[in-house]
Design a protein around this ligand. Structure first.
Ligand code: HPA
Length: 273
């Protein structure tokens, strides 16, 4: 994707022609976790297919649109449907919406996903605060010439998930009696669910959960100096830990079941931001 800056500006121009809203918080919604948009008021919806330079979503369970609206009086922009590397998009395409969000004025990004649990104290349906990531994908979105207008050549990754946001999420969870786990998320390329041997390796590397998203977006958001909060829904135990075979339908079904608690928690956090 050449001239990324110009492309992002073109996208911004279009979005600004469609809405006068100025969302402060961005949310990337994972598989089966889209219910929060139902609770948003004063909604404005922009389909990805209408947005210049936006990739189009192909995964079942994902719909492609930006939803701008209010949650507890806070203006948010939710991405219903994200782009995955395994769909064939480049890493720059996968993270394109994050570049757009930053240029729209969004400084806080909440990234959510459905993932497999590696930590054996986890159970399907658990919600997990992501406190760090391991990039096991074959690349990252910052490869190539750097445009200093976006961020530095060598961005810091000391706090990929902002400690202050993690603390806030914990306080809100305790207040609302939302049980949660905490752990490291490993981003695997996909689209196949990992082998049992890969899971044993990833577990030894220090990962508590594994999924096929989130890491590229988190890298770019940090590069752009956005504050990131990551929340995973453990939809299944990873291969070899879980004895039954994986299915995307079950992943979405479990995420849907956890969705009510997830929404209560997320809305509580947003109210406090
Ligand atoms: N592995 C990778 N991605 C996933 C999983 C998993 O077990 N579950 C949901 N997304």
């Amino acid at each position: 994707m050449e001239n990324l800056y110009n492309k992002v500006m073109e996208t911004i121009k279009y979005i600004n022609s469609r809405t006068t809203r100025c969302p402060q918080i961005g949310i990337i919604l994972g598989s089966g976790l889209g219910d929060i948009v139902k609770n948003m008021t004063n909604k404005e919806i922009i389909d990805y297919k209408d947005i210049p330079n936006f990739p189009k979503s192909t995964v079942e369970g994902h719909q492609g649109c930006l939803v701008i609206g209010k949650l507890h009086g806070v203006e948010v922009l939710a991405m219903k449907g994200r782009f995955h590397y395994f769909e064939g998009y480049s890493m720059k395409e996968v993270t394109y919406p994050v570049f757009v969000m930053k240029q729209l004025g969004i400084d806080t990004l909440i990234i959510t996903n459905a993932c497999g649990g590696i930590n054996t104290s986890f159970e399907p349906g658990n919600l997990m605060i992501i406190n760090d990531f391991i990039n096991l994908m074959p690349g990252n979105p910052l490869i190539g010439l750097n445009d200093e207008r976006f961020g530095p050549r060598f961005p810091d990754m000391t706090e990929p998930f902002k400690l202050q946001l993690i603390e806030k999420a914990k306080v809100v969870a305790d207040k609302l009696h939302v049980p949660y786990k905490e752990g490291v998320y490993a981003g695997f390329m996909g689209p196949y669910y990992e082998t049992a041997a890969e899971i044993r390796m990833i577990g030894k590397f220090g990962a508590d959960a594994v999924g096929m998203s989130t890491v590229p977006e988190t890298i770019v958001a940090n590069y752009l100096e956005m504050n990131v909060l990551g929340i995973s829904c453990i939809t299944n135990m990873a291969t070899g830990i879980q004895k039954v075979k994986h299915s995307h339908e079950r992943v979405v079904e479990t995420a849907n079941r956890a969705s009510q608690l997830f929404c209560i928690w997320l809305e509580g956090i947003i109210k406090e931001l």
